[in-house]
Design a binder for this molecule. Structure first.
Ligand code: UD1
Length: 382
């Protein structure tokens, strides 16, 4: 039996881990044993527990309860907690998702004591090291043994950074293996698509017009912490909503909710709060989010996961960041990078909503990425 330690901590990791946990339970129960460690990076009920409940992930075997803090302190606390668990459990490998501080802590802890790292969502790059996530993903990739990239672009980024496409077994940190395997988030979107609409009532509750509303999310630290950007983003949403009489649904990350009071122009905040078209909601659960994405007219977001889910449900997306790691979305015309720039956001909205010929080709695999990953883990560590 191959023992894996899975590290989760932030909301999107819990969602990604669901796909692999499902594949382990249903297809590899006699070969893989998973021990789940929750770092506690996200701790509010609606940022963490709700995803376990909805996605059917087993309760974590360990919870480090690190909570919020500066990046250094948060990462250091996780690192020492993860190290202790690795020393006790002696797993065959550690499984890490994405690019959060929990990912980085797991990568450093494991590599120092020679536990092989499996990185899921490897190779993605924004080419902006000002983003904490860019640093986290580069560091994690470069101490990994198995690297699973969801996209061809990610796979090619790894080759450009020196990873060899023709590596042969045995694999280790100095001879890592890279794969292009599709996106575990796509596996989940397919799996939960129908369940989501049956189980959520948000659309009826807020009287949302099917295929007629804007779904927006804003949580990146450069958008929330810089008042100029935060104001430009909210002003854009308010202007578009008024001009087109469109409902805006905005499930709000707690970071953004806290900063609205200090960083947003108070008149604008009052106008938005008073507008009957604006629905500012607490963070949505995964099933609620899928139901919203499936029924929106257009998505406007700074989240990587939400950009892709919009695409999976064939909705155009305005990307509220200066760049994206998911460049295929932009290259095929389904998404436009508009940064936090009022003019560009307005133009992108018009362009995407007026284009009847948008294309949504299959760019992220066949919905079986998690099974592929499990098979390769078994192949490597048996
Ligand atoms: C983290 C990830 C980001 C990911 C996001 C998903 C890093 C560097 N960033 O960002 O890549 O897209 O998760 O949501 O790891 N807070 C709460 N309750 C919670 C969690 C957070 O109130 O349960 C508030 C706290 O004020 C906290 C702030 O949100 O300080 C930021 O949380 P943090 O985990 O540091 O980063 P995220 O912005 O969530």
């Amino acid at each position: 039996m191959i023992k894996l330690i899975t590290i989760i901590g932030a909301r999107p990791q819990i969602i990604k881990a669901a796909a692999l946990s499902r594949a382990i339970r249903t297809k590899f129960p006699n070969q893989l044993k998973e021990i789940i460690v929750h770092t506690g990076q996200h701790y509010d009920e609606n940022m963490s527990q709700v995803f376990f409940d909805e996605l059917g992930i087993p309760a974590p075997d360990y919870n480090l309860n690190v909570g919020s803090g500066s990046h250094g302190k948060q990462t250091a606390t996780m690192l020492s907690g993860i190290e202790e668990i690795l020393l006790k459990e002696k797993p065959s490998a550690i499984v890490l998702y994405g690019d959060t501080n929990s990912t980085l802590a797991g990568a450093v802890a494991a590599s120092k004591i020679h536990v092989p790292v499996v990185h899921i969502e490897a190779g993605l790059r924004s080419f902006s090291k000002a983003m904490p996530e860019e640093v986290n993903r580069i560091m994690c990739d470069h101490v990994s043994t198995l690297l699973f990239s969801p996209t061809e672009t990610g796979y090619n980024n790894l080759i450009k950074e020196g990873f060899k496409p023709d590596a042969q077994k045995p694999y280790n940190t100095d001879n890592p293996k890279i794969y292009h395997c599709g996106d575990v988030m796509y596996d989940n979107s397919l799996y939960f698509s129908d369940i989501a609409e049956k189980k959520t009532s948000l659309l009826e509750k807020h009287k949302l017009n099917v295929n007629g509303f804007i779904l927006a999310t804003i949580h990146r630290n450069n958008n929330t912490d810089e008042p100029e950007r935060l104001n430009a983003l909210f002003k854009s949403l308010y202007t578009i909503s008024n001009k087109h009489q469109k409902q805006v649904v905005l499930p709000l990350h707690p970071r953004t909710a806290k900063l609205l009071e200090t960083n947003l122009n108070q008149q604008l905040l009052q106008d938005i709060t008073a507008s009957s078209l604006f629905h500012i909601l607490p963070p949505a659960s995964f099933l609620e989010m899928i139901a919203l994405e499936k029924n929106a007219q257009i998505v406007m977001t700074d989240s990587g996961g939400v950009q892709k889910e919009a695409f999976y449900f064939e909705k155009p997306c305005v990307i509220l960041r200066p760049e994206t790691e998911w460049v295929e979305l932009v290259n095929c015309g389904a998404a436009i990078v508009a940064d936090a720039d009022e003019k560009r956001i307005g133009e992108a909205f018009e362009k995407l909503t007026n284009n009847k010929g948008l294309r949504f080709p299959k760019l992220y695999g066949d919905g079986m990425a998690a099974e592929f990953i499990c098979k390769e883990i078994v192949n490597c560590f048996n």
